[in-house]
Ligand binder design. Structure first.
Ligand SMILES: Cc1cc2nc3c(=O)[nH]c(=O)nc-3n(C[C@H](O)[C@H](O)[C@H](O)COP(=O)(O)OP(=O)(O)OC[C@H]3O[C@@H](n4cnc5c(N)ncnc54)[C@H](O)[C@@H]3O)c2cc1C
Length: 379
């Protein structure tokens, strides 16, 4: 995607400007298998990389007092489960949300990190489609986010092989169903009419696939006072975000670059430097998702704390401005893709644009968050 004109993005109930302006960055939407295939091909092509297939890490090896991690215990799943030890200068736990490092740390006499959870109870149903040529007009990407009045979401992207990936999501009480008629009915409640028709008339390439996500989860390794040398933790093993916001892979990639930047200084204090370097980034992504989750599910629980209400009100003014100002819309996209820091939105020129846009909208009697069924703008 090179232009806002190719995008139909409704964030917080506001449809982003669809001005035909070339953007600084091109956005690609490969399928997950294709992306992972490319990453894997590049990593395995490195001369000093060796991949051990079908192995399970079952523990850490350590020595000394205080103990230092010296490697990992692994079990080869292919040859009847024989175990062995792999020695390493640095062990990086990238085993995702189910990481067992907490337990292993406690076995070595180190404290476990505190865990923070935000219950969201989100369900995803995803299906691959082949759409009729031209069915969507000029738009290529559709992102319709959840709002308190409609805690459901839709994402549809073109992918390689002339396919579209359609994902429906919903919070507790508003879960999508994989059953075809109810799946389509769910689409009708959220998609603009033209998109609904394109999906209804599309060829389905697979059965719907369901995924349930109970809570966002963050492990506070950055707050630990004691942590062994020779070990770091990365990616979902530190923080697993609500997948509705599509943040996880981006944050993991940024963590990997932070680790790259920490390594040249040597191994002294490496884990603490790395956890510190990534804590701000994770905090930002966590707050972006958390604030929205709280706003969307507010009717289910106590009112959000005041700082979240204030942040959400400011975010709403920003999102309102994206509907009429393409420059603000682009900055918002850069921020949500972590290509620019939030401070980029606080520059005087940007604040002036946001203010001016809101004044224009108020003069027009702008109404926030129109019901999805109205779909006021052509797609
Ligand atoms: C439904 C859903 C949709 C998502 N959509 C998006 C999106 O659109 N955009 C986005 O950026 N992110 C998305 N995410 C989040 C994204 O998938 C994760 O943030 C990302 O995969 C984290 O990468 P990771 O390497 O830390 O962990 P993972 O991708 O979970 O990889 C961990 C790997 O470690 C292996 N493993 C686990 N335990 C062991 C062990 N003991 N020994 C050996 N191997 C082990 C696992 O098999 C796995 O291969 C989504 C997540 C979900 C659930």
């Amino acid at each position: 995607m090179r232009s806002l004109a190719e995008l139909h993005f409704v964030a917080g109930g506001h449809l982003l400007s669809q001005a035909d302006r070339l953007q600084k960055e091109t956005a690609y939407q490969p399928s997950r298998p294709y992306l992972e295939h490319q990453v894997r091909a590049r990593v395995t092509a490195l001369p000093n990389v060796r991949v051990l297939e079908r192995c399970e890490a079952t523990g850490l090896t350590a020595s000394g007092t205080p103990s230092r991690v010296t490697g990992a215990r692994i079990v080869r799943l292919t040859d009847g489960g024989s175990g062995e030890e792999l020695l390493a200068d640095l062990v990086i736990d990238a085993t995702g949300r189910g990481s067992r490092t907490m337990r292993w740390l406690s076995g070595l006499g180190y404290p476990e990190p505190a865990e923070e959870r935000v219950p969201v109870d989100v369900k995803y149903v995803t299906r691959q489609l082949r759409l009729a040529p031209g069915a969507l007009g000029a738009r290529r990407i559709f992102l319709i986010g959840a709002i308190p009045e409609r805690p459901t979401a839709l994402a549809m992207f073109p992918q390689e092989g002339d396919r579209h990936l359609l994902t429906l999501g919903g919070y507790r009480g508003h879960h999508p169903s994989p059953e075809p008629a109810r799946f389509l009915e769910f689409v009708r409640t959220i998609a603009p009419p033209r998109v609904f028709a394109a999906i209804r008339d599309a060829e389905a390439l697979n059965d719907p696939v369901t995924n349930r996500y109970a809570s966002s989860l963050r492990r506070r390794y950055d707050r630990l006072r004691r942590f062994p040398a020779g070990l770091v933790v990365i990616g979902d093993a530190i923080c697993s975000f609500n997948p509705l916001y599509g943040q996880g892979m981006t944050i993991t990639a940024l963590e990997a670059t932070a680790l790259r930047d920490c390594l040249p200084t040597g191994e002294a204090d490496l884990a603490r430097r790395f956890f510190r370097a990534t804590a701000g980034l994770i905090e930002l992504a966590w707050r972006m998702g958390y604030g929205n989750d709280i706003a969307v599910t507010a009717s289910d629980g106590p009112p959000p704390p005041r700082p979240i209400r204030i942040t959400n009100a400011l975010a709403d003014r920003l999102l309102a401005a994206t509907t009429v100002d393409a420059v603000v819309a682009e900055r918002f996209l850069e921020l949500s893709g972590f290509l620019a820091p939030p401070t980029a939105l606080l520059r005087p020129a940007m604040l002036t644009r946001v203010l001016a846009a809101n004044v224009r909208l108020a003069r027009r009697g702008h109404r926030l968050q129109p019901p999805a069924e109205e779909s006021p703008l052509p797609c």
